[in-house]
Design a protein around this ligand. Sequence first.
Ligand code: SMG
Ligand code: MG
Length: 369
Amino acid sequence: MKLTGIELRRVRMPLVAPFRTSFGVEHDRDILLVRAVTDEAEGWGECVAMADPLYSSEYVEAAADVLRRYLIPALAARPPADATAVGPTLHRFKGHRMAKAALETAVLDAELRAGRRSLARELGAVRDRVPAGVSVGIMDSVDELLSDVEGYLDEGYLRIKLKIQPGWDVEPVRAVRERFGDDVLLQVDANTAYTLGDVALLAALDPFGLLLIEQPLDEEDVLGHAALARQVRTPICLDESIVSARAAADAIRLGACQIVNVKPGRVGGYLEAKRIHDVCAAHGVPVWCGGMLETGIGRAANVALAALPNFTLPGDTSASGRYYRTDLTEPFVLDDGHLAVPDGFGIGVAPVPEILAEMTTSLEWLPLA
Ligand code: SMG
Ligand code: MG
């Protein structure tokens, strides 16, 4: 396989509704897409960096910059024989995992398409469909929240995740439990909004039988999560803190989490995501696939990953319609609360040319050969 060039494309995708978290509100997504062109095939990667460095230190403009200034030139200087060579070649550049993930995924997709293999099989998928959860943002009122949750349950979503922050935690959880009952699979995500001083508040969630509390404390506060885990009954799940398989192994060893959210973008790509899956499986720690409001391109690859055996909890892998009126690819739709795992070559989907053109705000071609 010979890489001939990389295309960086920005698309603007309006969300069907604003999505509010403890760190901000998203109205639309400014997404960086990476297309790797080889002599045999082309492949796609979606960079999950947001417009601003609020979820993590990465942001889309910085991802584009590091790709064009460092990462792509590094591949030009040492062309990868296959996708497994991308990570080692980029390793000397610190951080920027979301940018690295997008580039590696594009190369991997091209390689798999050329070899007529699907990403799902390549990663070790054992299912042809995965259960879908949905992440529900912070709302202005509990009534508004209940009506959105009702809509998602009616659509068939199999698990509800509520975004929480101080002042929007016990009350919305209690309201959802009272209205929809104890059988609904329910979890919460704080996106680092609490401190260890909030132990009593977080313990007040214990009676509601939540599946997990996701990332209550600062991303670097692994020991804080371990201390918290000893004082609350609800299992602690880490998201932001788990930036690599090594970080996952450390967090598990320290007792900082009983469950792990795997996001390929956050950890540098699908190959590292698979290693996290394996590390967690070896420790008996269940994992689930996170989401970053991806288009069909990123979603396809996430759904392939979510089909691995230790993904035993429903992920933030919702249908296209939860995010976008028009997706870039054929839309992912719910079938009995599940999404089908793409079985085509590579990630198994491609952008619809007319829709892609309509959403594109800028385009850059970086020749490698
Ligand atoms: O893709 O359904 C999705 C979003 C899931 O809540 C979600 N993601 O911390 O897990 C998380 C957040 C990060 C992105 S919020 C803009
Ligand atoms: Mg999260």
